[in-house]
Design a binder for this molecule. Structure first.
Ligand SMILES: *[C@@H]1O[C@H](CO)[C@@H](O)[C@H](O)[C@H]1NC(C)=O
Ligand SMILES: *[C@@H]1O[C@H](CO)[C@@H](O)[C@H](O)[C@H]1NC(C)=O
Ligand SMILES: *[C@@H]1O[C@H](CO)[C@@H](O)[C@H](O)[C@H]1NC(C)=O
Ligand SMILES: *[C@@H]1O[C@H](CO)[C@@H](O)[C@H](O)[C@H]1NC(C)=O
Length: 402
């Protein structure tokens, strides 16, 4: 039985058995309910040890399950769920986990970490509440704002299914997927206020074969961002907004970065976001990586400030103004059937590097309006073809003036 069907099977059981104790159903053998390990559902007492103990048992047991029961709230100051485990390990997350509000804990890098696990299932209707408000408030004063933990870290994990859960008000990023392979994220919800600093929804880096499907993400930063070293990542059926859109980058800041290729973003909608579909690289760049084979298709935008943007001159805070061009090569980027409303007259901004002009950037069926009227396309250092006369493309507006 694959992990997805185990997940739905458990859902069905819960549904049919109603209030039966799941322990009775499975016997004590493979199901470890956190309350049986001393977790206190008062939302105040730190239950980190109970969660650690339940995880340890489940991890050692083939097909082990950690159950966080429905309707219960647990404070967990820090959660470290580590493998290698003895076969598949499932965290059946139906309750609520709250992080500590204590800003002294903000020195830790992550709140909940899944590390070195093969075959992980994280599913349920539960909520990870990062309690970010207090730590965001420090960001006005700048200094104590830098070290805030990300809510959920998926690190060195292979074959993971993450389904159904909600991540709320992370202190920093909601999800970080790093050094992982074959990760499916489905039907999740990520929520934080539009002005919460650096609360990116899902940040993926150095990972391959990742799928994000049918999820709702509204945050104060990128809904989804892809860092260097990502290969074969599909994002589909994601509703993004508020937030900063779906981003690749920023890239080229560090010398040890790796290429990005095979990214598809399909059937997504973006509403009230500052950016829509963005690729950004630092100028100058410390690495000369290649970003290739990127496809955006069937995207609707609603009131988006920069709907389509490639910015190869990224350098915030005037750190490196005019000190060089980006050496990151962008090639093979397709925008197919991208439609909707822009909040500014700049529908398409493609500002590539003089040093490494963009190659093969194609627009097909791109229609972006401002108050029902046309928008501008502003492009420089872009090579390749613009499919103005492609017979399969309709309503090809606006066109880049090369
Ligand atoms: C992403 O989509 C492409 C094209 O449909 C497919 O070949 C690839 O296997 C998919 N990758 C993942 C990780 O789902
Ligand atoms: C498109 O995404 C929506 C969710 O936003 C989903 O319900 C629908 O099934 C998706 N359609 C296709 C063809 O994948
Ligand atoms: C976008 O903003 C408008 C106006 O503030 C609001 O009415 C609408 O509900 C927002 N849409 C989304 C999806 O948040
Ligand atoms: C195009 O973008 C460049 C760089 O941001 C800017 O200097 C220029 O004024 C823009 N042109 C138009 C027509 O908006």
């Amino acid at each position: 039985m694959n992990s997805q069907s185990i997940c739905s099977w458990i859902y069905m059981l819960l549904l049919f058995l109603f209030n039966w104790n799941i322990v009775d159903v499975f016997g004590q053998s493979n199901n470890f309910v956190v309350t049986n390990f001393g977790a206190l559902a008062d939302g105040i007492t730190d239950s980190k040890q109970a969660f650690a103990d339940a995880w340890k048992k489940a991890c050692q047991t083939p097909g082990g399950i950690v159950t966080v029961p429905t309707g219960k709230t647990f404070l967990v100051s820090i959660g470290e769920f580590e493998g290698p485990c003895n076969g598949q390990t499932l965290l059946q997350m139906d309750g609520t986990l709250v992080a500590s509000e204590d800003s002294k804990l903000d020195d830790t890098e992550f709140w909940i970490t899944f590390h070195k696990i093969d075959d992980l299932v994280l599913c349920g209707t539960g909520i990870f509440d990062g309690k970010g408000a207090l730590s965001w408030s420090h960001c006005d004063e700048s200094s104590s704002c830098h070290h805030r933990p990300a809510s959920l870290r998926i690190h060195a994990v292979t074959n993971a299914n993450i389904q159904g859960i909600t991540s709320l008000n992370s202190k920093m990023f909601h999800f970080q997927i790093h050094n992982s392979q074959n990760v499916n994220v489905e039907n999740i919800r990520i929520t934080a206020p539009h002005d919460s600093p650096n609360t990116d929804g899902i940040h993926i880096s150095n990972s391959r074969d990742v799928k994000i499907v049918n999820s709702i993400i509204g945050t104060g930063d990128d809904c989804i961002s892809l860092g260097d070293g990502c290969t074969n990542v599909n994002i589909s059926g994601v509703a993004c907004g508020p937030g900063h859109g779906i981003s690749i980058g920023s890239l080229g800041k560090y010398s040890d970065e790796e290429d990005i290729s095979g990214i598809t973003v399909t059937n997504c909608s973006l509403s009230n976001t500052t950016n829509g579909l963005r690729i950004k690289t630092w100028a100058p760049s410390k690495s000369s990586i290649v970003v290739s084979d990127i496809t955006y298709a069937d995207i609707t935008l609603d009131n988006v400030k920069n709907p389509i943007i490639i910015d190869q001159h990224y350098c915030p805070h005037d750190e490196c103004q005019n000190k060089g061009e980006s050496s990151v090569q962008i090639k093979g980027v397709k925008y197919i059937n991208v439609r909707g409303s822009s909040a500014t007259e700049d529908g398409i901004e493609v500002q590539c590097s003089k040093l490494k002009p963009c190659e093969d950037v194609e627009f097909c069926g791109v229609e972006l309006k401002l108050n029902g009227g046309p928008t501008i396309a502003n492009c420089s250092n872009v090579g390749g073809q613009f499919l103005e006369s492609n017979p399969s493309c309709h309503d090809l507006l606006p066109l880049c003036n090369k």
